[in-house]
Design a protein around this ligand. Structure first.
Ligand SMILES: [Zn+2]
Ligand SMILES: [Zn+2]
Length: 177
C-alpha cells in the first residue's frame, strides 16, 4: 500500500478493511479535502454534517470536537487509560453488523485486521481455536453445530480478525447479522 495515511497502531490497514476509502469529500472536522474519508462508525450525541478524514481521527480532533467515539470501550479490559483513549477516540472503527468492539491480548489492545470468512480464519489456527472455545463458553454445546457455524463463516456471519500488538497471536470474534 503506497499511501501517506497516518499510522494507526490498532488498525494498521484501514484501507484494506474498507473503513477508509479514497474520496473527494470534504472532512466534517477540518473542512479539507484530503482525498480520503472515513466510512465506519462514530458514536456522538451531536449532529455531524459529514464524515471525517483520517488525520482528524489520528490527532483526536474529530472525537474531541464532536465529543464522540469511533468504537465502544466494551471489551477493552485491562488496558491502560492511554490505550483506551487511543482505540476509542483516535483509531478508525470498522464495519460490522453488531456494534464493533476491540479485542485485548497481552494487556494491550489488539490490532484490527479485517472481517474474514472461514478460510482466512483457518489460516490462523490459534484464532480459530480461540473462537471455538469462546463460542463453547457462550453456550454452543453441540460440537457438530458449532463446526457447521464456523465452516460457514463468511456467509451471513463472519469473523473479526485481530493480531496481538505485543506477541503477534491472531484472535477473532464472531459477528452475526
Ligand atoms: Zn479532517
Ligand atoms: Zn499477545
Amino acid at each position: 500500500m503506497s499511501t501517506n495515511l497516518p499510522h494507526f497502531r490498532y488498525h494498521p490497514d484501514p484501507v484494506a478493511s474498507e473503513s477508509i476509502r479514497e474520496s473527494a469529500e470534504t472532512c466534517a472536522c477540518c473542512n479539507r479535502r484530503t482525498g480520503w474519508i472515513y466510512t465506519a462508525t462514530f458514536f456522538t450525541a451531536q449532529d455531524v454534517s459529514g464524515r471525517f478524514c483520517p488525520w482528524c481521527i489520528a490527532d483526536g480532533s474529530a472525537a474531541e470536537r464532536f465529543e464522540g467515539e469511533f468504537t465502544d470501550a466494551y471489551g477493552l479490559d485491562g488496558v491502560s487509560e492511554e490505550t483506551l483513549v487511543q482505540v476509542t477516540r483516535r483509531t478508525p472503527g470498522f464495519h460490522a453488523w453488531q456494534d464493533p468492539h476491540w479485542l485485548v491480548h497481552c494487556n494491550d489492545a489488539a490490532a484490527f485486521i479485517g472481517e474474514v470468512g472461514y478460510n482466512e480464519l483457518a489460516a490462523h489456527p490459534e484464532a480459530l481455536d480461540g473462537l471455538r472455545l469462546d463460542l463453547r463458553m457462550d453456550g454452543w454445546h453441540d460440537p457438530s453445530q458449532l463446526d457447521t457455524f464456523l465452516t460457514h463463516l463468511g456467509q451471513g456471519a463472519s469473523a473479526m480478525l485481530f493480531r496481538c500488538t505485543v506477541c503477534g497471536t491472531h484472535l477473532a470474534y464472531a459477528d452475526a447479522s
